[in-house]
Write a protein of this length. Sequence first.
Length: 224
Amino acid sequence: MTETTQHPTPAEPGAGAPGTGASGPGDPAARDGVRAPGRPRSERAEKAIINATLDLLAEESGVAGLSIEAVAARAGVGKTTIYRRWPNKEALIVQALATMKGPLPEPSGASVREDLLALARVLRSERSRKRIRCFWNVVGAAEKHPELYARYRQDVIEPRRQVIRDVLRRGVRTGELRPDVDVEAAVTMLTGALAGRFPMETLPDDFPETVVDTLLRGIAAGAS
Protein backbone atom coordinates (compact mmCIF):
# COMPACT_ATOMS: atom_id res chain seq x y z
CA MET A 1 0.00 0.00 0.00
CA THR A 2 1.41 3.36 -1.03
CA GLU A 3 1.56 6.12 1.50
CA THR A 4 0.74 9.52 0.03
CA THR A 5 0.97 11.68 3.13
CA GLN A 6 3.39 11.44 6.01
CA HIS A 7 1.88 11.92 9.42
CA PRO A 8 3.55 11.79 12.80
CA THR A 9 3.50 8.20 14.02
CA PRO A 10 1.55 7.79 17.27
CA ALA A 11 3.56 6.41 20.12
CA GLU A 12 3.05 2.71 20.72
CA PRO A 13 1.81 1.52 24.09
CA GLY A 14 4.76 1.53 26.47
CA ALA A 15 6.97 3.41 24.03
CA GLY A 16 6.98 6.80 25.75
CA ALA A 17 9.86 9.15 26.42
CA PRO A 18 12.13 8.81 29.44
CA GLY A 19 10.31 9.54 32.62
CA THR A 20 6.91 8.39 31.27
CA GLY A 21 7.18 4.83 32.51
CA ALA A 22 8.87 3.33 29.42
CA SER A 23 12.48 2.22 29.34
CA GLY A 24 14.52 4.90 27.65
CA PRO A 25 18.04 6.32 27.77
CA GLY A 26 17.23 8.05 31.06
CA ASP A 27 15.81 4.91 32.67
CA PRO A 28 18.22 3.17 35.07
CA ALA A 29 16.70 -0.20 34.20
CA ALA A 30 17.44 0.41 30.52
CA ARG A 31 21.02 1.48 31.28
CA ASP A 32 21.56 -1.68 33.32
CA GLY A 33 20.12 -3.85 30.55
CA VAL A 34 17.11 -4.85 32.67
CA ARG A 35 13.59 -4.56 31.22
CA ALA A 36 11.03 -2.91 33.47
CA PRO A 37 8.38 -5.33 34.81
CA GLY A 38 5.27 -5.87 32.71
CA ARG A 39 4.53 -7.16 29.25
CA PRO A 40 7.04 -6.59 26.46
CA ARG A 41 6.10 -3.58 24.34
CA SER A 42 5.55 -5.73 21.25
CA GLU A 43 3.07 -7.92 23.11
CA ARG A 44 1.19 -4.93 24.47
CA ALA A 45 1.06 -3.36 21.02
CA GLU A 46 -0.23 -6.56 19.43
CA LYS A 47 -2.95 -6.92 22.05
CA ALA A 48 -3.97 -3.29 21.52
CA ILE A 49 -4.12 -3.82 17.75
CA ILE A 50 -6.24 -6.98 18.06
CA ASN A 51 -8.63 -5.33 20.51
CA ALA A 52 -8.96 -2.24 18.31
CA THR A 53 -9.69 -4.43 15.28
CA LEU A 54 -12.44 -6.32 17.07
CA ASP A 55 -13.95 -3.12 18.47
CA LEU A 56 -14.10 -1.56 15.01
CA LEU A 57 -15.38 -4.77 13.41
CA ALA A 58 -18.21 -4.97 15.93
CA GLU A 59 -19.35 -1.43 15.18
CA GLU A 60 -22.13 -0.63 12.76
CA SER A 61 -19.87 0.03 9.78
CA GLY A 62 -18.18 -3.38 10.20
CA VAL A 63 -15.67 -4.44 7.56
CA ALA A 64 -16.31 -1.40 5.39
CA GLY A 65 -15.42 0.99 8.19
CA LEU A 66 -12.31 -0.86 9.26
CA SER A 67 -8.98 0.31 7.88
CA ILE A 68 -5.37 0.04 8.96
CA GLU A 69 -5.43 3.77 9.65
CA ALA A 70 -8.50 3.42 11.89
CA VAL A 71 -7.00 0.47 13.76
CA ALA A 72 -3.72 2.34 14.28
CA ALA A 73 -5.53 5.36 15.67
CA ARG A 74 -7.73 3.28 17.96
CA ALA A 75 -4.79 1.16 19.20
CA GLY A 76 -2.42 4.11 19.62
CA VAL A 77 0.26 2.66 17.36
CA GLY A 78 1.80 3.55 14.03
CA LYS A 79 0.66 1.93 10.79
CA THR A 80 4.13 0.48 10.30
CA THR A 81 3.71 -1.43 13.56
CA ILE A 82 0.66 -3.13 12.09
CA TYR A 83 2.19 -3.80 8.69
CA ARG A 84 5.19 -5.47 10.33
CA ARG A 85 2.80 -8.11 11.64
CA TRP A 86 0.03 -8.32 9.02
CA PRO A 87 0.29 -7.63 5.27
CA ASN A 88 -3.25 -6.23 4.96
CA LYS A 89 -6.47 -5.65 6.85
CA GLU A 90 -7.93 -9.01 5.76
CA ALA A 91 -5.11 -10.93 7.46
CA LEU A 92 -5.50 -8.77 10.55
CA ILE A 93 -9.26 -9.35 10.73
CA VAL A 94 -8.89 -13.12 10.40
CA GLN A 95 -6.32 -13.33 13.16
CA ALA A 96 -8.37 -11.04 15.39
CA LEU A 97 -11.42 -13.25 14.88
CA ALA A 98 -9.35 -16.34 15.64
CA THR A 99 -8.46 -14.93 19.06
CA MET A 100 -12.16 -14.92 19.94
CA LYS A 101 -12.48 -18.65 19.35
CA GLY A 102 -10.14 -20.97 21.20
CA PRO A 103 -9.61 -24.54 20.03
CA LEU A 104 -12.49 -26.91 20.66
CA PRO A 105 -11.78 -29.54 23.32
CA GLU A 106 -10.39 -32.90 22.24
CA PRO A 107 -13.36 -35.32 22.23
CA SER A 108 -13.05 -37.98 24.92
CA GLY A 109 -14.57 -40.71 22.76
CA ALA A 110 -16.84 -41.89 25.58
CA SER A 111 -19.93 -41.55 23.40
CA VAL A 112 -21.20 -39.41 20.56
CA ARG A 113 -23.67 -37.70 22.87
CA GLU A 114 -21.07 -36.82 25.49
CA ASP A 115 -18.65 -35.53 22.87
CA LEU A 116 -21.27 -33.44 21.07
CA LEU A 117 -22.49 -32.08 24.38
CA ALA A 118 -18.98 -31.01 25.42
CA LEU A 119 -18.52 -29.22 22.09
CA ALA A 120 -21.98 -27.64 22.24
CA ARG A 121 -21.27 -26.24 25.71
CA VAL A 122 -18.13 -24.55 24.42
CA LEU A 123 -20.04 -23.05 21.49
CA ARG A 124 -22.62 -21.65 23.88
CA SER A 125 -19.99 -20.28 26.27
CA GLU A 126 -18.35 -18.36 23.43
CA ARG A 127 -21.45 -16.34 22.74
CA SER A 128 -21.23 -12.63 23.42
CA ARG A 129 -22.81 -9.64 21.73
CA LYS A 130 -19.42 -8.44 20.48
CA ARG A 131 -18.41 -11.83 19.08
CA ILE A 132 -21.68 -12.35 17.29
CA ARG A 133 -21.69 -8.83 15.85
CA CYS A 134 -18.18 -9.44 14.48
CA PHE A 135 -19.33 -12.75 12.96
CA TRP A 136 -22.40 -11.27 11.33
CA ASN A 137 -20.50 -8.26 10.01
CA VAL A 138 -17.99 -10.55 8.31
CA VAL A 139 -20.72 -12.81 6.92
CA GLY A 140 -22.68 -9.79 5.75
CA ALA A 141 -19.63 -8.49 3.90
CA ALA A 142 -18.94 -11.81 2.15
CA GLU A 143 -20.25 -10.59 -1.23
CA LYS A 144 -18.03 -7.49 -1.25
CA HIS A 145 -15.08 -9.17 0.46
CA PRO A 146 -15.15 -12.81 -0.75
CA GLU A 147 -11.46 -13.40 -0.08
CA LEU A 148 -11.80 -12.26 3.52
CA TYR A 149 -14.76 -14.54 4.12
CA ALA A 150 -13.09 -17.49 2.39
CA ARG A 151 -9.98 -17.09 4.54
CA TYR A 152 -12.09 -16.76 7.69
CA ARG A 153 -13.88 -20.00 6.88
CA GLN A 154 -10.64 -21.80 6.03
CA ASP A 155 -8.56 -20.64 8.99
CA VAL A 156 -11.12 -20.21 11.76
CA ILE A 157 -14.37 -22.03 11.00
CA GLU A 158 -13.36 -25.19 9.15
CA PRO A 159 -10.88 -26.56 11.74
CA ARG A 160 -13.65 -26.35 14.36
CA ARG A 161 -16.24 -27.94 12.09
CA GLN A 162 -13.77 -30.75 11.40
CA VAL A 163 -13.73 -31.67 15.09
CA ILE A 164 -17.50 -32.13 14.98
CA ARG A 165 -17.32 -34.07 11.71
CA ASP A 166 -14.85 -36.49 13.26
CA VAL A 167 -17.19 -37.16 16.19
CA LEU A 168 -20.12 -37.84 13.86
CA ARG A 169 -18.10 -40.09 11.53
CA ARG A 170 -16.82 -42.05 14.49
CA GLY A 171 -20.42 -42.46 15.63
CA VAL A 172 -21.30 -43.96 12.25
CA ARG A 173 -18.37 -46.40 12.53
CA THR A 174 -19.31 -47.46 16.07
CA GLY A 175 -22.96 -47.91 15.16
CA GLU A 176 -24.20 -45.11 17.43
CA LEU A 177 -25.44 -43.15 14.45
CA ARG A 178 -27.33 -44.10 11.33
CA PRO A 179 -25.08 -45.10 8.44
CA ASP A 180 -26.83 -42.66 6.10
CA VAL A 181 -26.24 -39.57 8.27
CA ASP A 182 -25.64 -36.40 6.29
CA VAL A 183 -22.59 -35.26 8.27
CA GLU A 184 -22.40 -31.77 6.79
CA ALA A 185 -26.07 -31.10 7.49
CA ALA A 186 -25.69 -32.34 11.08
CA VAL A 187 -22.65 -30.11 11.66
CA THR A 188 -24.54 -27.09 10.35
CA MET A 189 -27.56 -27.86 12.53
CA LEU A 190 -25.43 -28.03 15.66
CA THR A 191 -23.26 -24.98 15.01
CA GLY A 192 -26.10 -22.90 13.58
CA ALA A 193 -28.30 -23.51 16.59
CA LEU A 194 -25.61 -22.37 19.02
CA ALA A 195 -23.23 -20.02 17.25
CA GLY A 196 -25.30 -18.51 14.47
CA ARG A 197 -27.96 -16.85 16.59
CA PHE A 198 -28.51 -13.10 16.74
CA PRO A 199 -26.59 -10.98 19.26
CA MET A 200 -29.62 -10.04 21.38
CA GLU A 201 -30.72 -13.65 21.95
CA THR A 202 -30.03 -15.20 25.33
CA LEU A 203 -29.74 -18.99 25.36
CA PRO A 204 -30.80 -20.95 28.45
CA ASP A 205 -28.14 -22.88 30.34
CA ASP A 206 -29.53 -26.24 29.22
CA PHE A 207 -29.77 -25.25 25.57
CA PRO A 208 -26.73 -27.37 24.52
CA GLU A 209 -28.47 -30.48 25.89
CA THR A 210 -31.67 -29.54 24.07
CA VAL A 211 -29.86 -29.08 20.76
CA VAL A 212 -27.77 -32.25 21.01
CA ASP A 213 -30.66 -34.47 22.09
CA THR A 214 -32.95 -33.04 19.40
CA LEU A 215 -30.27 -33.67 16.78
CA LEU A 216 -29.65 -37.22 18.00
CA ARG A 217 -33.34 -38.06 17.81
CA GLY A 218 -33.00 -37.68 14.07
CA ILE A 219 -29.56 -39.21 13.43
CA ALA A 220 -29.06 -41.83 16.15
CA ALA A 221 -29.13 -45.50 15.17
CA GLY A 222 -32.70 -46.73 15.24
CA ALA A 223 -34.16 -43.27 14.73
CA SER A 224 -37.05 -43.24 12.30
